[in-house]
Structure formats: C-alpha cells, structure tokens
Design a protein around this ligand. Structure first.
Ligand code: ATP
Ligand code: MG
Length: 551
C-alpha cells in the first residue's frame, strides 16, 4: 500500500493549478466542464474518476459542469444506457446543470463540415477503409495523398450531399479533413470526419445516414456549449492537435482548452466498456450490474457507498502518470466508510452445531450488545445464549494445530460476549462427517476468576438463528493485470462467487434502518432485498475485514 495515497490530498492537483493559471491569465473568465460519456455501456469506476474531476473542478471554481452524451455511433449505443448513466451520476452525488446530446447538434456539425469543404479543407474520399489505412503511412514513413484529395470544392460539395442523401453504401465514401499526409502526428494525416451508417439513431431516428466521428463532433460540442476546459484521458493527447485545428478552421469563437490526465487502471479489473461487455455477453457475470463488476451499478449492488467511491477518487488524485491502483485502496475506502456507520452483529456462514452439555435444556440467557462499539446511539442488539448454538466449521479442529487460536478438541475457547467452553467430544455420522461438537462451559455466570482460553470465536444460538444465503464475492480475475493479457478471458477466477447457507441473527428482520452489517470476524455484508426462491434472506459480502491481496 502506498502510504501517501492513504493521506488525503488537499493541495491543488495539476488540473486545478492549470485552471487557476488560466483564470489569472484571463484565458477564460468562468469555468465550465462536462462529463461526456458515450451511451454504449454502463459506467465503470474509471468513469467515476472522470465524473469526480469534472464536477469537483466546476464546483471549486463556482463554475458549471454539464452532462453530455457523445452519441455519434448508433451502432453501439442504446437508449437504456442513457438512463443508467444518469442514475449512476446522481447516485454518486453529483448534479449536472444541463444535459446535452451531441446528436442535438448534428445539423450544426454538418454545416461546419460544409464550411471546411468550402475552405478547401475537407474532401470526400472513396478509398476503402483498408486503403485509407495503407495510405496513412507509419510513425517512420509519411503517408500518401489519396487520389481523391484534389477534387474541386464543387465536386466535394456534391459528393458530400450524395453521402448525406444515401447515394453511397456504407464504407464506400467518407469525408476527410485535408491537413498533411506527412504530419508527425498520425492523427493529422487527413483524419476521417464523417462516415456513412444506415442505422436508426436512438435520438434522431432515421434523419441521418452520415455520422460525425468523435474527433470532429467532440470539440464542436465543447465549443457550442461554452466549455472552457475539456478534460480527457491521456490517450487523447495527440488528438489535441486536431481538436485545436478544427476549432480554428471552423472559425469558432469559443475556444475550449483540452487538458489530459491519466486514466484509472485498477488491479484485478478491466476498465473498458468493450471488454466488460464481453463478460456480460459470455454470461461470465449475471449482467453489467453483477456485484463483481467494476461498474458503478455493480459496486452499488455489492454494497459500496457513494462516499467510499468519492473518497477513493480523492485519494488516487489526478496526475499525468500512468500506473495501476491497488485494489486494497478501493477496499480500504469502503471499510473506512462502513466502519463508522455499520452495526455489528454475528452470523455463521459455514455452520456446525455445538451443544453445551452442562447447561439445562431450556436455558436462555439474554445478552445485550451495542450495535456499534463507539456510536451507542445506534442502539443495542439482544442475543440469546442457549444449549444449542452454531459456530463456523473453520473455527473448530479435531486435532491440535500449533498457533490455532480457535476451538480444538480438549481445549478451551471463549464465545464472543459469553462463556468459555471446552470441546469434549465430537459426534460423527456414518460417513465420518462431524455432526456436532459437544462442549462443556467452564465459567457459568457465578464463577469468578479469569480463565485461560485459546481465542474468541463468534457464534449464534439456535434460538436466534435465521437461515440465510451468503454470496461471497471475490475478484473476477486471478491476475493483477488482466488488461495487459492477450486474452483476458483466460484469467477468469472461477471462485469469484461462492454461495453458502448459514445463519444470521433474526433481529436483522426487525431493524428496518440497517441494510449493511459488519458480521464479526467475517466482513461487511449488504442485505440483498430480493429473497431467494425459498424466501431465505440473502447477504452480499461487500468486503472482508482485512486486506487480502498481499504483494
Ligand atoms: P471505455 O474504454 O471504457 O469504453 P471510454 O473512454 O470510451 O471508455 P467514454 O464514455 O467515452 O468511455 O468516457 C467518458 C469519459 O470518461 C471520457 O472523458 C473518458 O476519458 C473518461 N474515462 C473513461 N475511462 C476512464 C478511466 N479508466 N479513467 C479515467 N477516466 C476515464
Ligand atoms: Mg470514448
């Protein structure tokens, strides 16, 4: 764990420094940012970083942050994603001023394309996609001019009109900017501005069969909306050349400034909508909102809180350095948040029966425990001690294990908040499987003096035990950097979900205020509101109590 990440950062980050300077130098007199998702999948934790940056920067400088759907590729987009993205941003705790769609500006963007043709700065190319690629050249060799590059302005205007009216088939023509086929920036070698797609758009329906590319529409949308700082991830660094070229040549009055920061990479995760959608399509997960997914919806369903995600974004900070963030950091953020607000209770996930032979059959002793060790206003939980209780299978061993701090046959252990017991006998079934453990208690109420015992274990009495299903979630991948592998599908952790049948304290049904619990020694769990077929309660494990992923 990088200790400096654990200390909250309060200094200005490099983006804030740039903005302060831009304001000081009168490059702008207000601040406006935008979060610009493509509605082609669910948002992931990487997007949370971008949301956090755009909204918090606007807030810091009394500016505006809008939400803009960059909806220029109807092949991949879906109106359903728009609603999810909006609700995710609200859930994270951010409020946009306005919602824009790039598609609202299709007519204006089209007129700007015509303007570029009229300035002899764009042409209709009829090379195939493959040929365009070949003509582009490489980092060490310049590109070649397309044979269509020297068409007259008039010819280009007619051809572009034909593109718009559906004359050409998909892929047989496109509009390209006329810049420089030998530019050291490959992006500047006559980039494609418009392509043909005979696909109904979720917003504009059948109105268009030509769609602007991201590079053309993004800067124009920023300018039309009055964005001052267009913040994006580092892979767009080279695109900045083109961003500025387009704004200059369409004679835009507004000149938003693009600045780049490093994207979030997270260990054991994949942060790419395209790759995440493969996990969904191949049914490796139950959906985009599966609690193992690094999506905002998945994290929410798992039991993460908006606070914990904001805290995470604050701690990782914003820099230009590409690196991986440890999963421990994200998990520590949710632990820190839940630790403050979550009631404690006991649950037994892998139950085994334990009978205390020397207490009477109907013995019942109420024990009152504060729900939170520090926050007593959360109230008190009542648990019952009885003759028959459940403990976790992993807390018992028939044989001596050095250093084992739990119950061993012939040794003593303390039941949390209650008695010290000694295991005296094991009952097994005909298959030699342990049925129950017989114990005697060695410090019934009236006994004084301190007893020696091996350790303290959690338990639940059969009087309190309510059957529950536990969904123990783990990382989807079993390697730290699945994103760097050729085929990430070869590294799926097939134990990423283990379902167990155990018991919780029946009081969870009474506490309508609490849906998250810290089950002592087990972790933080979220009560899943949907019940199983046989009406059993379901609990998602949000996170264990301790860091697991050692280096
Ligand atoms: P993906 O590769 O997952 O599809 P994307 O960049 O295509 O991501 P967009 O919907 O275009 O997804 O992203 C909206 C904004 O979020 C962009 O400004 C993008 O730079 C930013 N963003 C996307 N992924 C990350 C990330 N991992 N870390 C930080 N910001 C990100
Ligand atoms: Mg994108």
């Amino acid at each position: 764990m990088k200790n400096n990440l654990l200390k909250k950062k309060s200094r200005l980050n490099f983006i804030q420094k740039i903005i302060s300077k831009d304001l000081k130098n009168k490059k702008c007199d207000y601040i406006q940012t935008r979060f610009p998702p493509e509605p082609n999948g669910f948002l992931h934790i990487g997007h949370a970083k971008s949301i956090h940056l755009n909204f918090s920067v606007a807030k810091k400088y009394d500016g505006i942050c809008n939400l803009r759907f960059d909806d220029t590729n109807p092949k991949k987009e879906n109106a359903e994603y728009i609603d999810i993205i909006k609700s995710n941003i609200k859930w994270l705790g951010f409020k946009w001023k306005k919602i824009y769609f790039t598609s609202q500006n299709f007519e204006k963007i089209y007129q700007y394309a015509i303007k570029l043709i009229q300035k002899n700065l764009a042409y209709v190319d009829q090379l195939s996609k493959e040929e365009i690629k070949q003509y582009r050249g490489t980092l060490s060799t310049p590109g070649r001019n397309s044979p269509f590059r020297n068409q007259t302005i008039q010819e280009n205007l007619i051809l572009f009109e034909k593109m718009k009216s559906g004359y050409f088939s998909e892929g047989s023509a496109c509009l390209r900017a006329k810049i420089d086929m030998s530019s050291p920036f490959i992006i500047m070698r006559d980039p494609v501005l418009y392509r043909i797609m005979f696909i109904e758009h979720h917003q504009t329906k059948k109105k268009w069969c030509i769609y602007p590319l991201y590079d053309f529409s993004h800067c124009i949308s920023d300018a039309l909306e009055g964005v001052t700082h267009s913040l994006c991830t580092l892979e767009f660094q080279e695109n900045r050349e083109l961003y500025n070229w387009i704004l200059k040549n369409i004679d835009s009055i507004n000149k938003p400034m693009q600045y780049e920061y490093s994207r979030l990479n997270l260990e054991y995760s994949i942060l790419s909508k395209r790759k995440l959608s493969i996990l969904v399509e191949k049914k490796i997960v139950s959906g985009w909102d599966d609690p193992r997914m690094p999506t905002i919806s998945g994290l929410k369903k798992r039991g993460y809180t908006p606070n914990s995600i904001q805290d995470f974004c604050n701690r990782i900070g914003f820099t230009k350095k590409e690196h991986y963030i440890e999963l421990d950091l994200l998990e520590n953020c949710i632990r820190n948040d839940l630790n403050k607000s979550t009631p404690r209770s006991m649950a037994v996930i892998n139950p085994i029966k334990l009978i205390i032979s020397n207490i009477p059959e109907n013995y019942k002793e109420n024990i009152f425990i504060p729900y939170h060790p520090k926050n007593h206003s959360m109230g008190t939980n009542k648990i019952t001690l009885s003759k028959e209780i459940y403990i976790d299978k992993s807390d018992f061993s028939e044989y001596y294990i050095p250093g084992y701090k739990r119950l061993i046959l012939g040794k003593k252990v303390k039941l949390r908040y209650s008695l010290v017991i000694k295991a005296v006998e094991i009952k097994k079934d005909k298959n030699e499987k342990i049925n129950s453990i017989i114990c005697i208690c060695t410090n019934l109420k009236n006994k004084t003096g301190i007893e020696e015992f091996n350790g303290i274990i959690h338990w639940i009495s059969n009087k309190d035990a309510l059957p529950a299903k536990f969904f123990l979630y783990d990382r989807i991948f079993n390697v730290k950097f699945p994103e760097l592998k050729n085929n990430f599908l070869n590294y799926i952790n097939n134990k990423s979900l283990i379902i167990k049948n155990g018991f919780v304290n029946k009081n969870v049904l009474k506490n309508k205020n609490f849906s998250t619990y810290q089950f002592e020694r087990e972790g933080y769990f979220l009560l899943n509101k949907s019940k199983t077929d046989n009406k059993k309660l379901k609990f998602n494990r949000i996170v264990s109590l301790k860091q697991k992923w050692k280096k």
